[in-house]
Design a protein around this ligand. Structure first.
Ligand code: ZN
Length: 430
């Protein structure tokens, strides 16, 4: 893309959230933060992260003996109990303690168990640092053993960034201080609405709110985007994260429709459009006027072709000038066609169910084609429509019964997004 000489600004400013709602790290963010911490902290095996008051003190009066046992490959907790001549009744009580006892069954090699026994060799406490943030502690109690999971809190704070596009999403995103992962996430969220490779214009802009994750008041990493706005060619798209009852997070429009559409706009990545939908086109091979009822994407032979929506393969085979063809039916009204393939996805059969984005074949020039390209058609009730301009139906919206919860979670975020946009724009003299 040409480098237009427009002003650029990118500001990444930490904004303190109004604390009217709790911003929690998601499960996947928790996993990532543990990964990051363990990769960057040398002694992952320590129980340094532990609340020391939970550990039995080793004062002589107790005559406690502490043993450190490095877990080996192939070790099981019962094997270790046998090796160390510990009681199997105790083992039973530990692994059956609710709710975390069973986690002791999942000990991993490379970690070190801390075992405290009394003067007669009876187990008093078992400590397992599961990861850098979480430690399991089993302590003898009247009923057998009490098992606690002690974990450090991950605190999520809201950060924001804004940029006006002058070269590309990636370059301007970097200038705005966004890490690669967040730029990719931004592109994924708006992938159904904005063609970042072909359709960005100078002056397009985005504002994004995202989580920054802290442990012990120390910034560890950026989390996920929680709300974002993208203005593309004067059109504004807004997305907000919502966590459903299963803890799954997805992005929605402010009125609760999924940002995902039932169809991808394009079936091939890294391709350029070589011929558009045109009902009066001169055919390049036949050299006479013949409607071009699809879009051609020029790409190297072998480039994967993806089905643009969930559906069922209704045809897989040769079709005259189309060469190797796959047709996918999407519910009652929609169907898509992929032609001139060099080969089909191996094992693909008529009747197969396919998922949006699944590879069904590879670009080629079978049939009447001057060079390798994909010919793609989009039909509604049998009628050809222009795949580049047809209004694509949305993926399933928020369930009606979740709507109140959706509004409760998302309205403060959207208000903050709006406020941030104004603040950052004002700061930059607009
Ligand atoms: Zn074509």
């Amino acid at each position: 893309m040409k480098n237009y000489n427009l002003i650029i600004f990118g500001i990444s400013a930490a904004i303190v959230a109004s604390v009217s709602y709790a911003l929690m790290p998601s499960e996947s963010e928790k996993e990532r933060i543990i990964e990051v911490l363990e990769a960057t902290t040398p002694a992952t095996n320590t129980i340094a992260s532990l609340d020391k008051t939970k550990i039995l003190p080793e004062i002589p009066a107790n005559n406690l003996h502490t043993e450190h046992y490095p877990v080996q490959a192939g070790d099981s907790l019962s094997g270790i109990f046998r090796k160390l001549k510990l009681s199997f009744t105790d083992l039973y009580h530990i692994t059956h303690a609710k709710p975390h006892g069973r986690d002791f069954a999942k000990i991993l090699p490379g970690k070190t168990l801390e075992i405290k026994t009394d003067k007669d060799g009876n187990l008093e406490q078992l400590i397992y640092p599961r990861n850098i943030l979480e430690t399991l502690i089993a302590t003898r109690s009247k009923e057998g053993f009490a098992v606690e999971l002690i974990s450090k809190d991950i605190e999520a704070r809201i950060s924001s960034a804004q940029a006006i596009i002058s070269s590309s999403l990636y370059v301007d995103g970097k200038k705005a201080g966004l890490p690669d992962r967040l730029i990719m996430q931004l592109a994924d969220i708006f992938a159904w609405d904005v063609d970042f490779a072909l359709n960005l214009r100078p002056g397009d802009q985005f504002t994004v709110l995202y989580k920054t994750l802290y442990v012990d008041d120390k910034e560890i990493m950026t989390g996920d985007i929680i709300a974002a706005e993208f203005v593309n060619r004067g059109k504004t798209y807004t997305a907000v994260m919502f966590e459903d009852e299963d803890g799954k997070t997805n992005y929605y429009t402010p009125d609760g429709r999924s940002m995902r559409k039932a169809f991808l706009r394009t079936p091939v990545d890294f391709a350029r459009i070589s011929s558009r939908f045109n009902l009066r086109r001169k055919h390049p091979v036949l050299n006479k006027i013949r409607a071009h009822k699809g879009v051609d994407y020029a790409a190297k032979t072998g480039t994967p072709v993806k089905t643009t929506g969930d559906g069922k393969v209704t045809f897989r085979g040769h079709k005259g000038g189309y060469g190797r063809v796959v047709i996918v039916q999407h519910g009652q009204h929609y169907s898509t066609l992929y032609a001139h393939l060099s080969k089909y996805k191996s094992g693909l059969r008529k009747g197969d169910q396919v998922k949006q984005g699944e590879v069904i074949g590879y670009v080629g020039k079978s049939g009447l084609a001057t060079g390798p390209h994909l010919h793609y058609e989009f039909r509604i009730d049998g009628a050809h429509r222009n795949p580049l301009t047809v209004k694509l139906p949305h993926h399933k919206p928020i369930n009606k019964y979740l709507m109140a919860e959706f509004k409760r979670q998302t309205s403060p975020l959207l208000a903050q997004l709006e406020q941030t946009k104004k603040t950052l724009l004002a700061k930059n003299g607009n």
